[in-house]
Design a protein around this ligand. Structure first.
Ligand code: KG4
Ligand code: ZN
Length: 338
């Protein structure tokens, strides 16, 4: 059987990325040009700066992804691109690039939902020797990123039912905001994780919003609780116990995410659990899920948790298999729900 090769392009936020994936599971290349350094001085992603930088780098990124795959346009079967959700100006850069390539290579264009991309990262193998099994439906997925915190029931390929999500901050956003309160650099997730390594998770007892009877989350109360402690230390002119605060905050986030996901998996009789999104790179969160043996857990390779184009090509492959093709006048959808 001929392998199916999909070129993926991702520019929804602050990473310019392109990749080629074979049969939805084997990455032949994975190129990510991060803009993190560029946005650091703003303490978050600056949309205008992001789209301009995507324009500067996209051509070289796609070119490198093709070269590293040792394939040319002729060998590809489709171009998959993030259609949304994301920053409008940034999405347009990837979309236009994908259209140009589809036209030039006479390839089908496939618009992919960025969140769906994060989920499909769990299907990707490290290489052809990695034999980790395909996720089995029905699955309960916890998708935690800078913009999203969603609990999703996946009954089959491309069949999603959103169970609930955050009522205020996304989990990654909470990490980023609390990092700022603690004087840690952007992006906050990795910074808090590192500080927490040397901290005591029981030093402060921060609130865990349970929101029983719903599948929703809320992190604003937790953020406020951290702020209150920070203010107290400032008023007493004492130095902040950054490591203890980071560890205690992280423990509160992990507790809530873990408890609710497990509860949902039981309730919906899931066969397996899937973690995805930038926050699934968090080692404490990964440890909580791998530490239980009630459900098999799929977590993407660390390098595929944050934004990348391998996941977009992987999701694009499954859309391709299900005969989804998009027209060349496809629009971006900055607020597209899964
Ligand atoms: O998925 P992603 O790269 O972009 C979005 O689609 O939002 O996620 C980025 C988010 C940021 O908020 C970042 O702080 C968080 O993921 N993140 C982490 C870790 N690595 C990235 N949060 C906690 N622990 C980490 N190790
Ligand atoms: Zn993302």
């Amino acid at each position: 059987k001929q392998p199916i090769r999909v070129l993926g392009i991702e520019t929804s936020c602050d990473e310019t990325a392109a990749a080629v994936v074979e049969d939805g599971r084997i990455p032949l290349s994975n190129v990510v040009a991060s803009q993190v350094e560029l946005h650091k001085k703003y303490g978050g992603v600056f949309p205008e700066v992001a789209s301009r930088q995507h324009i500067r780098t996209i051509y070289a990124v796609v070119d490198e992804a093709l070269q590293k795959s040792h394939l040319s346009l002729r060998d590809l079967d489709a171009v998959a691109v993030t259609r949304g959700p994301g920053l409008a100006g940034s999405l347009v850069v990837g979309m236009n690039t994908a259209k140009g390539i589809a036209l030039a290579g006479n390839l089908p264009l496939i618009g992919v939902n960025h969140l769906e991309g994060h989920l499909y990262a769990a299907w990707v193998r490290r290489d052809e020797h990695d034999d980790h099994p395909e996720p089995q439906f029905p699955l309960v997925a916890l998708l935690v990123s800078g913009g999203h915190t969603e609990l999703i029931l996946i009954t089959d390929h491309l069949q999603y039912k959103r169970l609930g999500g955050t009522l205020d901050d996304a989990a990654g956003e909470a990490f980023d905001k609390v990092a700022r309160l603690l004087g840690l650099p952007y992006p906050g997730g990795p910074a808090i994780q590192n500080a927490a390594l040397r901290g005591n998770p029981d030093a402060f007892s921060f609130p865990r919003a349970r929101l029983d009877g719903t599948w929703n989350f809320s992190f604003s109360g937790l953020k406020t609780a951290v702020l209150r402690v920070v203010r107290e230390f400032e008023e007493k002119q004492q130095s902040l116990p950054v490591e203890d605060l980071a560890a205690s905050f992280q423990a509160a986030v992990v507790d809530v995410l873990f408890a609710k996901t497990l509860q949902a998996a039981r309730m919906f009789k899931a066969r397996e659990i899937l973690l995805a999104g930038g926050v699934s790179a968090n080692l404490a969160l990964r440890a909580a899920f791998t530490g239980q043996n009630e459900f098999r857990v799929h977590i993407p390779d660390l390098s595929l948790c944050t934004d990348n184009a391998v996941m977009i090509a992987a999701a694009g492959y499954y859309r391709w298999l299900h005969e989804q093709r998009d027209p060349l006048d496809l629009d971006v959808l900055p607020t597209w729900q899964l």
